[in-house]
Design a protein around this ligand. Structure first.
Ligand SMILES: *Cc1c(COP(=O)(O)O)cnc(C)c1O
Length: 396
């Protein structure tokens, strides 16, 4: 079967040709000055994407999971407590990683479909008179449920009770696709990876640390070796890495940051919203529900769709792949079998989104879902097409 179909998983995303070409390169000497000339400006570009003027960006060869570990082990000590909500597979996994590091978790169980519970956080922090909670963890975009949370509200909850806890944010499936404001939201560590909004293949954990989080690295005693932030900063200051950097991916990331900044971050976010809204119109036309509980939680990078009762979402994603060669995200953890996900982040055009909607529709019809063939496509066409007034835009 031809394998040229776009993927509709929420990362890794489709690779823009411009990035593939940028990474088609000969070996470079990472100790030669050329590397430094490429690498140092990249860190400044990335600060813009994270929305920080005062934070520092760090890259590690890893994925988002390595980014979580970097955040925790560099700032906390075994026996420290973090406050976290479990409302999807990614927030769940970050909590489990903390546990493996010997961190105590004050966990708030939240419906899978809800966002980070800023009010419940405020109550927990208000009761923590001894300031045992050292950090609050928040998953900005819970990729398992298609839920985007209000990180500014979490910061307000911390500040409202004058609690000194740091704020650590998983922005793996939001940063570079959705508005992210590290400084405005008082984020102390923000984590992402190469293979989501940056549209690259997997292999880089990309983090930003605030001054406070950097100061915490001096006293944190969790075991860390490969992901040691002070060693990385010292090497970066000299324009290099503590070990051999993935030069191809770093070249790709430089190009990716240029693409994002040339387009303009606001336009990047508006484009994601536009593509996502077309997908949501299609879901509505199918008569299906989103996993996200309320419109203000709807994610612009991934849409998690509840399948009707009696249907198994895993069968749907298997069928779509086996018959049509198209990948969608399956349900993870508590929502396994109950939802399938259409990833629509990164380099996704209206035309690509329409093929994803059409193929999902066809696969559902094959399996006897009570949906009308063409209904979702027509709803998305009405939204993307010229008849919808303010959405009419020329592709030059
Ligand atoms: C993809 C993702 C991760 C990281 O997963 P990796 O497979 O380690 O890159 C973490 N959090 C969220 C919200 C994600 O979407």
């Amino acid at each position: 079967m031809a394998t040229q179909n776009p993927v509709f998983i929420p990362g890794p995303t489709n690779l823009p040709d411009r990035l593939r070409h940028a990474m088609d390169m000969q070996t470079i000497d990472h100790r030669a000055p050329d590397f430094e000339r490429q690498f140092l400006p990249l860190l400044d570009d990335l600060k813009q994407v994270f929305g920080t003027a005062t934070g520092e960006v760090l890259l590690f060869p890893a994925t988002g999971t390595g980014g979580w570990e970097t955040a925790i082990t560099n700032t906390l000590s075994p026996g420290d407590t973090v406050l976290a909500a479990r409302h999807g597979m990614f927030s769940h996994r970050w909590i489990e990683l903390c546990r493996q590091q010997g961190i105590n978790i004050q966990k708030i169980e939240t419906d899978w479909g809800d966002g980070v519970p800023a009010n419940a956080f405020a109550e927990a922090l208000a009761e923590d008179h001894e300031h045992r909670i050292k950090a609050v963890l928040a998953c900005h975009n819970e990729t398992a449920t298609g839920v985007t949370s209000d990180i500014g509200a979490v910061r307000s909850a911390i500040d409202a009770v004058d609690h000194p806890a740091m704020l650590f944010v998983d922005g793996v499936s939001s940063i570079a696709s959705m508005d992210f404001r590290m400084d405005d939201w008082g984020v102390d560590v923000a984590v992402t990876g190469a293979q989501k909004g940056f549209m690259l293949m997997p292999g880089l954990a990309i983090l930003a640390f605030s001054k406070r989080a950097l100061a915490a690295t001096e006293t944190a005693t969790c075991t860390r070796a490969y992901f040691d932030v002070p060693a990385m900063r010292a090497a970066n200051r000299a324009g290099s890495f503590p070990y051999t950097p993935p030069t191809g991916l770093i070249r790709g990331l430089s190009e990716s940051a240029s693409m994002l900044l040339e387009e303009g971050l606001d336009q990047v976010y508006a484009r994601h919203h536009h593509i996502a809204e077309g997908v949501r119109r299609a879901v509505d036309a199918w008569g299906l529900r989103l996993c996200a509980n309320r419109p203000e939680l709807y994610s612009d990078t991934v849409t998690a769709i509840c399948v009707p009762s009696g249907f198994d979402a895993s069968q749907l994603t298997s069928h779509a792949y086996a018959r049509y060669g198209v990948s969608y995200g399956g349900g993870l953890g508590d929502v396994a079998g109950k939802v399938f996900r259409i990833g629509h982040l990164g380099d996704m055009t209206e035309v690509m989104a329409l093929t994803g909607i059409a193929t999902a529709e066809m696969a559902m019809a094959d399996l006897g879902y009570p949906i009308q063939r063409g209904s979702g496509v027509a709803a998305a066409q009405r939204f993307y097409g010229m008849d919808s007034g303010d959405n009419a835009q020329e592709v030059a």
